[in-house]
Design a protein around this ligand. Sequence first.
Ligand code: DQA
Length: 154
Amino acid sequence: MPESKGTIMKILIIHGPNLNMLGHRDKSQYGNLTLDKLNALLRKEAGALNIELSIYQFNSEEKIIRTLQRQRNRCDAVILNPAAYTHYSYAIRDTIELLPVPVVEVHLSNIYEREDFRRISVTKDVCLHQIYGKKEQSYVEALHFLYDHLREKS
Ligand code: DQA
């Protein structure tokens, strides 16, 4: 892990489709924060851990895939909320599988206690870990999980 060599840990965060609409979506599932506020919270948490974040939000599968491919050697780990793509995108699953870095799948809501179609994650098995149901804390927990994981590996 680069931190031990005097460089900073780099984590890529990708928010999938409709997460730009946080604040306007069902608050009982997704919480009260807008995406800007969620990102500000994550930058603050990351700063305290000396982690550098690159954060993107995309509504299209193609942009998620292209960014994962392009960034695969430029980050130490990925936090990905594939949003609705979680449930059916074998293309994103295949991209995660080819990445040389660990990926944590996150969800704001508890996908296992909602509609049946949300109970299936086609991406989960190729991720190191999955965190769900804790609203913005799902992302915060993912940051801490990866911080510990990368430090252990170094
Ligand atoms: C989500 C859950 C998905 O089922 C849904 O399509 C989303 C957000 C979550 O963060 O809880 O858009 O990934």
